[in-house]
Design a protein around this ligand. Structure first.
Ligand code: TYD
Length: 164
């Protein structure tokens, strides 16, 4: 989805352009956090508020004890942005923008995955030692979650019949 400003009427209108395919690799971002390990062990720093994490963190949750048969997520968010970090073990994230998908494996404590709003995400293939830490830009509000994939596709003007 893209916003276009129209100036020809003299009034600034905002038009929502649907069916606008944006390269999915330009939407999510891999973050490499600073590491300050020494002989005492490792220390990874995620500076928030626009430094490493591009937003102010209002909520943190973590997922563990999910095994490789589980698929979590299965939603998109109207308002929340996220950074996902596997602080232990590994998992995979399938990212879908309605037009194309990409899979990112989270397998290092220094690695973060930034997800902006309105991307559909599935988290799966959790290793037995997986602890998936999630930083969020918003407090929890179930109403901003889109959990119906067909509705999501309709909202972004995407193509649910694509073959990948
Ligand atoms: P859910 O969104 O299904 O988790 P995931 O996306 O990781 O699969 O959330 C599971 C339950 O936890 C659901 O009842 C909502 C609740 N929940 C909160 O109350 N606050 C939160 O910040 C999150 C992420 C979930």
């Amino acid at each position: 989805m893209r916003l276009l400003r129209k100036r020809d009427t003299g009034v600034c209108e905002i038009t929502i352009i649907r069916n606008c395919k944006m390269d999915i690799k330009d939407q999510y971002r891999i973050i490499e956090f600073g590491e300050y390990g020494d002989e005492r062990g490792n220390l990874v720093v995620a500076e928030c508020g626009g430094i490493d994490v591009p937003f102010t963190v209002k909520r943190v949750f973590y997922i563990y004890g999910s095994d490789d048969s589980v698929i979590r997520g299965r939603h998109a968010n109207r308002k929340s942005e996220f950074v996902l970090i596997n602080v232990s073990g590994s998992s995979k994230v399938k990212i879908d923008n309605g037009f194309e998908t990409d899979i990112v494996e989270l397998n290092r404590p220094r690695m973060g995955l930034y997800l902006p709003t309105m991307l559909w995400k599935d988290m799966y293939d959790f290793s037995p030692d997986s602890v998936l830490l999630v930083l969020c830009s918003e407090h929890y509000d179930g109403n901003e979650y889109i959990r119906d994939y067909d509705k999501y596709i309709e909202m972004v003007g995407g193509n649910k019949d694509r073959h990948e």
